[in-house]
Design a protein around this ligand. Sequence first.
Ligand code: SF4
Length: 509
Amino acid sequence: MTKKLNIKDHNTLFQAEKYQKQAEEKRVFEAACSVQEVEDTVELLKTEEYKEKNFSREAATINPAKACQPLGAVLASLGFEGTLPFVHGSQGCVAYFRSHFTRHFKEPVPAVSSSMTEDGAVFGGMRNLIEGLENSTALYKPKMIAVSTTCMAEVIGDDLSAFIESARIEGAIDQEFPVPFANTPSFVGSHITGYDSMIRSILAYLSEKNGNLSYKRPSDKVNIITGFDTYTGNFAELKRILELMDVDYTLLGDHGDNLDSPANGEYNYYYGGTKLEDVAQAHNANGTLLLQKYSTKKVTKYINKKWKQDTITMSTPLGIKNTDQLLKNIKELTGKQIPQVLKDERGRVVDALTDSHPYLHGKRVAMAGDPDLLLGLISFCLEIGIEPVHIVCTNGDKNFAEEAETLLKTSPYGMEGKIHVGKDLWHMRSLLLTEPVDFAIGSTHMKYCAKDAGIPLVRIGFPIFDRHHMHRYPIIGYQGTLNLLTLIVNTILQQLDDEAPDHSFDTVR
Ligand code: SF4
């Protein structure tokens, strides 16, 4: 007879006597401050006085809503056929990137490291890189290795171009084996700049090496680049829209399949991704549509300048207005018509928005995330009458702040909105406690300040560690708009139920 496993969740596990005793001993050992002191500090942190101190903080960042540059480079690399992301630097960094992605996507993420240690930091990491490239090609049989760097390799000034050339001369990798690379120090930028640099590097490497840039073959194809997008459902939705519009396209950086592979009994390191030969021909396309602009600045510049191609950039197409714009952009680049089926879909979503509007109108929201996502979210909120109040963008810049402010001014619902560029989630906590809102939108990292403020968190963005399968549902397009609406309105309705006195615990809402 099989024995039933008794697996306890943390919630109950740490109530057991032995853990309670351990916690008490730890408190005594650390000479922890008194309960009263903790309570006083909690109250102080809720005040305007503390908020001012918090906002004058310059030398420290607490819980930033951003991740490392090489993490973005790893995601970009996973968008190409048979490509192994290789991070030159310390092993711990790569463990962090892999675990971050695995916790979000619930998928294994192949990425290797040159595992530099103290001797590498002193004498340079060339041997680590050469041996790493040799071992990786032998063990994992990739079609391409995409190299990014961590802080350590950048601080000591490792020369990737020279090291990779040395690897070829030594025979560690074949002369023709593709190894694009991007310098991605994390003391500047964030995951979106790392993504940008790596996509640019891969496009430049494959098109300039294998394609003849001076010879432009006529092509009806268009290129699409999603930007740093962690919703695998968005990839499926985008492809569905493109197919409905009968568009011949190349999705440059198609990491959706690699992070959503089926469990069929066989593990494959590489699943899906843009074909390398398609990247080599992408410069012949009619134009390129980029679905994010702040995570694709270098890529856009490269495509305009080197491929001499028309580009259209937009921020994440969330909501009706932005999806309309997405379809118009596709039509403009391809000349294809918007089919009736998409027009009907739009009508159904507008109908759903109207149904839910009474519960959303005038609700105040705080949000944090990447610049492109925030622009999409602000636009979506304004069109359904939600008022964005606190908008924190750790990795935003002046251009983003101006664009977001202009967007807020287009609607009476945006009048109270304030953009906080370069601020973190500890700043957000002060904002939530001094100027309350009804709910918050952000990644899992925002759950702590949302809990302290006693408001629900709608999890949208990256990373989402503590809810399952959110990334499988699209948030772009009309279908994605419906998913966003469902998520938000049902959170508000749940809150109404939770707070309802008996006489208002309604069956119908
Ligand atoms: S900040 Fe630098 S050292 Fe730290 S995990 Fe990121 S890349 Fe590695």
